[in-house]
Design a protein around this ligand. Structure first.
Ligand SMILES: NC(=O)c1ccc[n+]([C@@H]2O[C@H](COP(=O)([O-])OP(=O)(O)OC[C@H]3O[C@@H](n4cnc5c(N)ncnc54)[C@H](OP(=O)(O)O)[C@@H]3O)[C@@H](O)[C@H]2O)c1
Length: 224
């Protein structure tokens, strides 16, 4: 299987590459700065430059892949929206930047690499969302930029699922849990290795019938 992972230089993305390569998959790893992605390079395999918020960068990445068939695309790159996204302290410019990366980024990469996915046998799109993107599970408010961007990503995944179903292409969003990464912090509940094992298990088992769903790293469904 050949897999694309964005935001592959650290955190969940880096661990996705590690576990995918360990089980024998080919990985096309993408990150913003390949020249400084030391840990990613140490894992071996191909490393590409891709800033998911930049059209030109995504197009250049797609051109680099050419007509390489892709079985699974994991849209992992994301940002948390910064420290000014509360009721009393809202930075709207920051929210727009968050939307560019977290909501439009996965859609931008998915559309650019759709021809590659059509050529692959796996035909799966998995987007790493967040529990904070769930409207049904929102019990604490706040995080306006991040919550709204991830909710928009969830909607994009659903529309992709609807439109691509006839071609046998699956699109799901996966909640990785609260994970011990730079974003999640040291006191997060889940190790990055456990989260990624759960994400891969959920994605591996996702069927066309499940396309459009909001999956959880624990293997269950997450409320919208
Ligand atoms: N950790 C958690 O508790 C948690 C919970 C829910 C959801 N998530 C989601 O899980 C995904 C991975 O998060 P993480 O915890 O691994 O975060 P992380 O440790 O902060 O890593 C984020 C990754 O995204 C990359 N990235 C940021 N902006 C990018 C852009 N414009 N183009 C390409 N890559 C970009 C970063 O690259 P640079 O090094 O170049 O910045 C980095 O590789 C994100 O989508 C996040 O929203 C995480």
């Amino acid at each position: 299987m050949r897999v694309v992972v964005t935001g592959a230089n650290r955190g969940i993305g880096l661990e996705l590459v590690r576990q995918l390569r360990a089980r024998g998959d080919e990985v096309e790893a993408a990150c913003r700065h390949p020249e400084t992605a030391t840990q990613l390079r140490e894992l071996g395999g191909r490393v590409h430059r891709c800033d998911v918020a930049e059209d030109a960068s995504v197009k250049a990445f797609a051109a680099e892949l050419g007509d390489t068939p892709i079985d699974l695309m994991i849209n992992n790159a994301g940002i948390s929206g910064g420290s000014h996204q509360q009721l009393r302290d809202m930075d709207f410019e920051e929210a727009v930047r968050t939307y560019q990366v977290d909501a439009l980024g996965p859609l931008r990469v998915s559309l650019a690499l759709l021809p590659n996915l059509r050529h692959g046998a796996g035909k799966k799109l998995a987007h790493i969302t967040s529990g904070l993107g769930s409207i049904g599970d929102n019990r604490s408010g706040g995080f306006y930029g991040y919550r709204m961007a991830k909710a928009a990503l969830n909607m994009a995944s659903k529309s992709l699922a609807v439109e691509l179903r006839s071609e046998g292409i699956i699109s799901v969003v996966v909640n990785p849990g609260w994970v011990q990464t730079d974003m999640g912090g040291k006191s997060a509940a889940v190790t990055v290795a456990d989260s990624v094992r759960g994400i891969l298990h959920a994605v591996d088992n996702a069927t066309l019938d499940q396309s459009g769903e909001f999956l959880d790293w624990k293997g269950t469904q997450y409320p919208w």
